[in-house]
Every structure is written in structure tokens, then in C-alpha cells.
Write a protein that binds this ligand. Sequence first.
Ligand code: FAD
Length: 383
Amino acid sequence: MLSFWERRSYLQYDYAVVGGGIVGLSTAAHLLEKEPHARVVVLERGLFPSGASTKNAGFACFGSLTELLSDLNTLGEDRMLALVEERYSGLKRLRERLGDSVIDYQNHGGYELIREPEEAALEQMDYINDLLKPLFPKPVFHPANEKIKEFGFHTPDLKGMVFNPYEGQIDTGKMMKALTRYVTHLGAVILTGSEVSHWEEMADQVVLGVENPVYEEPTLLHARRMVICTNAFSQQLLPEINLKPGRGVVLVTEPIPDLSFQGTFHYDEGYYYFRNFGRQVIFGGGRNLDIEVETSTEFIINERIRSVLEEHLREFILPGKQVEIADWWTGIMAFGDHKEPLFQPHSDKVLVAVRLGGMGVAIGSRLGDRAANWLLSPSLEMA
Ligand SMILES: Cc1cc2nc3c(=O)[nH]c(=O)nc-3n(C[C@H](O)[C@H](O)[C@H](O)COP(=O)(O)OP(=O)(O)OC[C@H]3O[C@@H](n4cnc5c(N)ncnc54)[C@H](O)[C@@H]3O)c2cc1C
């Protein structure tokens, strides 16, 4: 049973944000940057954000050469460029909002390892660099074959390596804690352990049913408008939504004293990725090995993928080195037929901002800005 005080102070909001990942928190941030007195609540079902935003690899990237070629295929030139612009400006927004030292942003550049099946991409490098000219002052992709030996990778089928000086890396945990602090400081109420199970639209408000461990019945919160930022978990609230969850497995090694590389690395069209974290290596991917099974929102590790990742780590990335694996985890992404996020008004009061794919660190802040602007706009665009 709720008290008089609880009813007065906790139940009424101007804007409700469902999901406390990077998109939900960025939406709350922009709402309050633009309307400082707005009553904003972020509802997060986990003890802390528990989807992809606290479980990713911390690449501050906007697409490798082969990924952009694939985007070009599915989207065409203009939409591919618009997507790169959104990702890159999203990264800038994140860095400016929180500060490079706070999120431990480091710019060691990014590399793509090109193996035989992707070799044709090398011939497209100049074409992609030309396309990207309006967005970047200098060419984005450069051949970097001379570094392969220096970094010590063992891949007999490696055909080349491509360097991107604009790619960086962050400390994901520090970034998410800083974003939470920022949003709280602006005045948002963040309620964790609060799962939204349903909602109902009334004439002038939305009523959200929130499950919590204390009461048997859901607690009902009221907001003028709401945004759903639940990414891979959105089917629970919107069964017809056009997205598929995709699980990602990641490992981190113990420190390696003679680690010979710094930077972020991609291969197999982005299905595998690794980076240094100080002297440790973070390595993940392999979803394409078992794509049906990995279309899941369950946080469990696929043993087949685990063993392939371990093999790649020891034989290809760190051959001949003494390597101990310190930890494994999984996180859940959301994918569609192409890589543009799903930004979709559901009604004049409810917006959906989800399907961030594997580059939400980059695009999350911009998607949050767009969501906040929609919620704040006086005449709302209908679905
Ligand atoms: C293993 C892995 C590695 C990745 N590596 C990178 C990378 O290096 N660089 C990069 O840019 N991107 C990376 N990504 C992708 C990036 O992390 C995501 O695109 C981004 O975090 C998505 O943010 P989001 O806020 O949309 O979703 P999420 O972070 O998943 O947030 C959604 C939140 O909604 C909550 N929620 C769900 N249902 C409800 C409900 N009913 N009620 C209340 N709360 C609910 C969830 O608990 C969750 O916290 C990676 C992802 C994974 C999984």
C-alpha cells in the first residue's frame, strides 16, 4: 500500500523513459538539458542497466571498411553516409557531455584485419574514403600491412590490415556510471529494479504498470509521454516490433606484460572484435557461428562460441604468449534488416527508440537527442 507521500512524490511525471541503457539515459539527459524543470523518470528493470550498455566492448567506432561496404549495399550512399554521421556525431556528443578523462576515452586508432573472403574490400578503400570526405577532414582508411608483424598476429590467410585514425576506445563501466550521475544531477529520478510490464494510454497521459519486489500488484505511474528504450527486450512490451535479439560473448584476459598492440581491431566483417584495455585484451564475437541459437535474450554462454574464441585468442591474436582468461560475459544487442535504428512513434504519446545493433556506444547519444526532441515537440508526429 502506497503512502500519501509516495503518491504525491513518486507517481506523476512529465516524461517516462523505459530502459536505463545508453539510449534511455541519453534521452533523459537531453530532456533535462532542454527543459530543466521537467519531471523525468527512468525505469530500469535491472539492479543497474542490464542489456548491452554495461556489457559491450567499449569500441568508440563508426564502422570498419567492410562494415561500411555492407551498409552501402543495404542502404545506398546517402543513408550510409547519414548513418556514419549519426554515429560519429553521437561519439562526439558522448565525449563532450561526459568528458574524455571521465570515460577514459583513448585514441589509439582502429584496425580491420582483412582475410581472403574480404580481400575485394581493399580495392574499394579509395572509393569509400572519397564518399566520407564531407564528414572527415582527412582520409579515414589507410593500408597498414606493415603493422601486422609488429603486432604479432598469426594468420596465414591475412591479406592486409586497414587503419582508421578516427576510432577510439572507452571504459564502458565508467561511461555508464558517469552518464547515470549526469542524469541524476540534472534532476531525473532513476528507479532500478522496476520492470514496466504494461501501459495504457488515456486521453491526456500514459499509465505505466511497474513490477517491483515489494508489492504483489504493479505500481501505476503516470506520465504525459513515454519513450520505450528497451532495445533487444522490446518484444515483451511490443510483440510485433521489427527486431531480433543477438547475443554477444566477450572475454577479458589477465594483464599480458609484453602485449604488443594498442587499439581496437575487427575482423570477419565485424563479427569478431578485440582491443587492448591497458595490458589486458578484451575479445568478443563469433555470433555468426550459431546465429539461430544466438538470437536470444538469455544471458548464457554458448560453449561452441566460447571454445572458438579461446582458440582464436591463443592461436591467432596472441600466439606464443602465456594467456590467462580472467572473465567471460554475455550481453544482448538488437538487429534489423539494416543497421539504421528504429525510431518510431507508436502514438502521439508513445515513442519507440531501439535496435541499436553493435554500435550503440556511437549512435546512442544522438538517438537520445532525437527521442527527447520528439517528446518535447508541441505537435507530435503520429505513427
Ligand atoms: C557484447 C557486446 C559488445 C558490444 N560492443 C560494442 C562496442 O564495442 N561499441 C559499440 O558502439 N557498441 C557495442 N555494443 C552495442 C551497444 O552496447 C548497444 O548498441 C547499446 O548499448 C544499446 O543501448 P540501448 O540503451 O539501446 O540498450 P540496452 O543497453 O540494452 O538498454 C536497454 C535497457 O532496458 C532495460 N529493460 C528491458 N526491458 C525493460 C522493461 N520492461 N522495463 C524496464 N526496463 C527494461 C534493460 O534491462 C536494459 O538495461 C555491444 C553490445 C554487446 C552486447
